[in-house]
Design a protein around this ligand. Sequence first.
Ligand code: 5GP
Ligand code: MN
Length: 319
Amino acid sequence: MNKENIQAFGNLVERADRILIISHTRPDGDAVGSLIGLGLIFEELGKKVNLVLEDGVPKVFHHLPSYDRVFREAAGVYDLIVVVDCSDIDRIGNVLDDYGEPDVNIDHHPTNTCFAGLNLVQETAVATVEIIYDLAVALSLPLNQSIAEVFLTGLLTDSLGFRTSNTTPKALRIAAELQELGADLPFLYRKAMGEKSLEAVKYWGLGLSRINLEDRLVWTSLSLEDRKKADYPGRDDADLINLLASIKETDISLVFVEQKNGTVKVSWRARPGFDVSKTALEFGGGGHKPAAGAEIKGSLEQVQEDVIKATRHALNGTG
Ligand code: 5GP
Ligand code: MN
C-alpha cells in the first residue's frame, strides 16, 4: 500500500461522520473481523457506524465483541461507505442496491476488481484484517482488546490457524501484537475453528457419505435436503471443504452447496503449485490460488458436471 492511498483513506475517514461498513455473504472470520474491527476503530474516533452483513453474523462467531450490533440492511444516509474482504461488488449481496459506488474497498484477493473510489488491495496480506491493522498503525488510529480479538480471529480463520502457504512472519508478528493487546489466541482458535455444532457434524456426515475421489480430485455436495435433515442453520458448507482438502490422495478438492435461489455455491481448495482462482474466475467467482469460490446458476447436478470438467482441465494443465 503506498503512502498516498493510506493518506487518502485517512482524509476520507476524518471528513466522514456517518460511516457504513459492509462485507460479504456467507461471512467468514475475516469478513466478520474486518467489519467489526474497523467499526470499533471508527467508533473510538467518535463516528456513527453502521455494520452490515446480508447474512448476519454466523453463530460460530457469537463469542466476539459487538457481534450483535451487525444488521442485515443498510438503511440510512452515509458520508462514507467501506467494503471489506470482497473481491467484487456482487459479493456483498443486495445491501447496496439503493446506494452508489462504494467509497473504499479494502481487500487481499488477487482477483479484486477495484470496484470502489479508493481501492486498498494488498494480495500479500494473509487476511483483510492485516491490511486494516496496518492502516490503523500507519494513521495512529486507536486499537484495544476488542479490536484485537476480532482481528486475531480474521488472521486465524483465513490462515487456518497459521498453516496456509501464504502465512508470513509479518502475520505472526501482528498476531503477537494482538495477543499483547489482550486477545486470547487459544480461546479464539477454539471458538472459531476447534469446535463444531452437532448440526454441522451431521451435515458433514451427509456430505461425506457421498464423497468422490478420481485422479487426485475429490468432491462432494450438500443439498438443501441435507441442510434440512441435519437442521444446519447456515447456507455454507460448515467448512467441510477444509476436511476434504486434508485428504492425502488429492491435489484439488471441491464442495458444492445447493442454494435456495437456484444457484450452487462452489468451494475449491488446492495444494501449492495449483491455481484454482482462475477456474473460479471463469465461473464468475474469485479468491486466491489455493482457495477460491463462486456462486453459479444452475442445478446441483449441472453445476457439478461443468465445474468438475473445467477443474479437471486446469488440474491436467490443459485448461
Ligand atoms: P470459500 O470457499 O471458503 O467460500 O472461499 C474461498 C475463497 O474464495 C475466499 O477467499 C473467498 O473470499 C473467495 N470466494 C468464495 N466465494 C466467492 C464468490 O462467490 N465470489 C468471489 N469473487 N470470491 C469468492
Ligand atoms: Mn479474507
